[in-house]
Design a protein around this ligand. Structure first.
Ligand code: URP
Ligand code: ZN
Ligand code: ZN
Length: 466
């Protein structure tokens, strides 16, 4: 057979297991996965020797915010630095959130996001459509699904950004999702009580005493849990498919598990930072850098989320990348309500989960591939184009050395961040080689791709793991 590239002699990973096999690429697709392809090839295909290496599908990060106007500034990883960071981290597909500005339609937001992404993206991408005004956007959902955009997003907080949805919007959107084959992603935090707690703590004395710790003190776990429970109720009674984004609490995992056991069509994602960071960081001199929303929680929450990944109630790990530099973070000036909320993460997602999951015996290799690749592809309606190494799938392939650990240093990274929440951590799992649709975009750990290579990915329907 005529192949362009053969990745030979590696251990090929899937959500089901592993095998010694070669992976052959022809054009933008995988042509074959089988032992002996390199031996039998006669046409001078480029052969990449992956002896001793793992060969996995390109990971999907289905929750990112690149160059997002937010918290009075704009997130500093744009579609250039953000997708280069993705490539170096072995992420070949990202899904961002297209958020309409005042009076805009869902389609306006889609075009706005596309115009930012198209010239710069180095990996493939698409968008969740944020519904910020039910009466305007509800009737537009059908058209968006027909355009290839079947996933929608609602925020239960962020009134000040003009993004907040109430229960009526969530209930109606879930009903529509059921009709249209769509899915609703929800940022679940309880706005009214959260605002009350913020008002109670927002005094000069307490800010002086507690600084960035107030970010955690005003968001006890019930703020997330109550909102998750409410969203689950609306999913249960409408039958609309629900996906809880960036779940950070043990209580949330319990609620999702119980709902799934009752047959509710609900999924939950967590993010790498909730698995490995905890809120003791807020007490440090740079505590404000770690403020994201929802905030990192406690060790017991971490343990419950790892357990949920094994149990299945947590089925995807993303990053919620929303990078702010030190100068941007300094806007807080001692007032935690002014911290631009978010962190960099795309470049370290796969290494964090591989090192702290697989190498720490918290997660099997097949579960790692499931949570990084196959599950997000299935749930977001991108499978089997993405998320698996199989003939006919896009040739998104990552080769990594399971034993090679690298010390994280933001100065060596593609992200535009001038800090990293994982600075100095020794991590294995950085991509030695990344292919995106057959094109090598990382070679010997260095980015070698091209702006504009990434393509927008149309999707017919939201998918399912059932
Ligand atoms: O803190 C974060 N991640 N900000 C981005 C917006 C959100 O709620 O996901
Ligand atoms: Zn959110
Ligand atoms: Zn987010």
């Amino acid at each position: 057979m005529a192949y362009d590239t053969i990745i030979a002699n590696g251990t090929v990973l899937s959500a089901e297991g592993q095998q010694q096999a070669d992976v052959a690429i022809q054009g933008e697709r995988i042509a074959a996965v089988s032992p002996g392809l390199a031996k039998d090839a006669r046409n001078g295909a480029a052969v990449l020797d992956a002896t001793g290496k793992y060969v996995m599908p390109g990971a999907l990060d289905v929750h990112v915010h690149l160059e997002l106007p937010f918290c009075g500034t704009v997130s500093s990883d744009d579609w250039n630095t953000g997708t280069k960071a993705a490539a170096r981290g072995g992420v070949t597909t990202v899904i961002d959130f297209a958020i309409p500005y005042k009076n805009e339609s869902l389609e306006d937001a889609y075009h706005n996001w596309l115009s930012k992404a198209k010239p710069k993206a180095c990996v493939d991408y698409c968008f969740h459509q944020a519904i910020t005004n039910w009466d305007r956007h509800g009737p537009e959902m059908e058209k968006m699904v027909k355009m290839g955009c079947p996933t929608f997003k609602e925020f239960m907080i962020y009134a000040s950004e003009g993004w907040q949805s109430d229960d009526r919007a969530i209930y109606n959107t879930l009903e529509n999702c059921k009709k249209l084959g769509g899915m609703l992603l929800v940022h679940a935090e309880s706005a009214r009580v959260l605002d009350e707690l913020i008002a109670r703590y927002h005094t000069p004395e307490l800010m002086k005493q507690y600084g960035a710790q107030l970010h955690g003190m005003t968001r006890p776990n019930f703020i997330e849990a109550e909102a998750i429970q409410r969203a689950i109720t609306w999913s249960e009674v409408t039958g609309g498919r629900l996906y809880i984004v960036h779940m950070s609490t043990a209580e949330g995992a319990d609620l999702v598990k119980a709902a799934q056991a009752r047959g509710v069509d609900v999924y939950a994602e967590t993010c790498a930072q909730y698995l490995v960071l905890d809120d003791s960081l807020f007490a440090g001199p740079e505590g404000h850098l770690y403020a994201c929303c929802p905030q990192i929680k406690k060790k017991k929450d971490q343990e419950r989320l790892w357990k949920g990944l094994n149990g299945g109630e947590v089925c995807v790990i993303s990053t919620d990348t929303c990078t702010f530099t030190r100068v941007q973070k300094a806007m807080w000036n001692g007032d935690w309500t002014k911290i631009p909320m978010g962190m960099p993460g795309l470049e370290t997602l796969v290494p964090i989960v591989y090192t702290h999951g697989v190498l720490a015996d918290r997660m099997s290799l097949p579960a790692f591939v499931a949570k990084m690749c196959t599950n997000p592809a299935k749930i977001m309606g991108l499978y089997p184009r993405k998320g698996v190494l199989a003939a006919g799938s896009d040739a998104d392939v990552v080769v990594f050395d399971p034993k090679k650990k690298t010390k994280v240093d933001f100065k060596q990274m593609e992200s535009g961040a001038d800090w990293s929440p994982f600075q100095g951590w020794e991590l294995a799992g950085f991509a030695e080689t990344t292919f995106c649709r057959g094109r090598k975009i990382v070679d010997s750990y260095q980015f070698v791709g091209q702006n504009g290579w990434g393509k927008w990915l149309p999707r017919e329907k939201a998918g399912s793991l059932r």
